[in-house]
Design a protein around this ligand. Sequence first.
Ligand code: SF4
Ligand code: SF4
Length: 141
Amino acid sequence: MGQEDINPCITCGACCALFRASFYWAEADDAGGTVPVDLTEQLNAFRRVMKGTNDPSPRCVALVGEIGRQIYCSIYDHRSSVCRDFPVAWENGLPNERCDKARLAWGLPPLLQPTANPAETPDDPTTTMPPSTRPPLPRAA
Ligand code: SF4
Ligand code: SF4
């Protein structure tokens, strides 16, 4: 497995400890959604927020581990749309300034755009695919 195949989120977690993770209230499991309501608090009439992410020093209560070392989301399969929709930088070949901002806030360098490895079987067209056509990295935190 090459370096570019490793999901960078599992050694990061910075976005879960910088941004407010708020979502439509009905995504909580007391309203038919998936997000454990006990891990949320009401933000306003229409939105709930992951506990911890609306604090002065934000950190989601569902985040487990040490930021920048080893980390995971304890409700990964049940996380809200705002978490599911946050792309790691260069997912689908696109940058994400908010991913960069979160990492910088935690002293981590922005992720570099993946490049094709010219040393690998250059006649195989799949090895020369541009980064934008590679499979996306799943977000783990
Ligand atoms: S999306 Fe970016 S900031 Fe969030 S955990 Fe992944 S690499 Fe870190
Ligand atoms: S991905 Fe998980 S740990 Fe990160 S903000 Fe969402 S619920 Fe919290």
